[in-house]
Design a binder for this molecule. Sequence first.
Ligand code: CA
Length: 220
Amino acid sequence: MRILLVEDDPMIGESVRKGLRQDGFVVDWVEDGEAAELALASHEYDLMVLDQGLPRKGGLEVLKSLRQKGSMLPVLIATARDEVPARVKGLDAGADDYLVKPFDLDELAARIRAILRRRAGRAEPLLRHRGVVFNPATREVTLGGIAVALTARELALLQAFMDRPGAVLSKAQLEEKLYGWGGEVESNTVEVYIHALRKKLGTDFIQNVRGVGYLSPRTV
Ligand code: CA
């Protein structure tokens, strides 16, 4: 899961980035509203954590123009202003949730998981697919009830397949999931990690769709 963090306070930005990374998120951090719009235009994110008070372009403006463009990107606003009007404005401008600073990092991660769950149309916190159970809160994976150890990159790919079971994911989409986990994403990187996942979860878990990408079929 790739998150765009928009925060101009260096201390808060650094601690949020670190905290979310520990929770298994890939985080791109920018420090003003214009940089946020540039990042949004050039990458595919799963969610944005948006500070309201930002230089160059305010958080509310960024949010409004995002929604005007028809973007469904989940947005959680962080506000220093513990006032009802600021939060109401943010929610009415299209935010999915808000947190008042200073906030707890565990609460932020839990709220992000809740938003992503709702967006995927799920109420159940655990992801289940083809005998594999993934717990986004603990990052634990089991296959037929037995724990499976996966690397951060393998987990990032697995989550992409489990979020959209039966959907065909292009190589480019999967490459996006691998950024931020260290090392170069080279032309055969996706294949390497698909191979590793098949070895751990079964050859049939991921199928190749020639010329299009990969999918994890719904039926076993
Ligand atoms: Ca700020």
